[in-house]
Ligand binder design. Structure first.
Ligand SMILES: [Zn+2]
Length: 87
């Protein structure tokens, strides 16, 4: 996937950092899944889609990562057994 314009690349990079993902490809995959599963929570860590709970926090039913909603996006607070930096 090449050829996104610089603004879009910038947005992808900001979202990638906010979600704590390792690579741009991972980020694009999450965005595509979020677009496809519009009304579901898509776990940024593993891509599992499920019904979002009430409130600002959730735990992925598949990989058990802890998630939090930030500006409308679910971000990884803590991956299964692997705490992220910052956040
Ligand atoms: Zn997950």
């Amino acid at each position: 996937m090449e050829g996104l314009d610089p603004d879009l690349e910038h947005m992808v990079e900001e979202l990638r950092q906010a979600m704590g993902l390792a690579s741009r490809e991972e980020m694009l995959r999450v965005l595509i899944r979020q677009a496809y599963y519009r009304h579901q929570l898509v776990c940024p860590a593993c891509g599992h889609a499920f019904e979002p709970p009430e409130g600002e926090r959730a735990q992925c039913l598949s990989c058990f990562s802890l998630l939090r909603i930030v500006q409308g996006y679910w971000v990884v607070l803590e991956r299964r057994g692997l705490p992220l930096e910052g956040g």
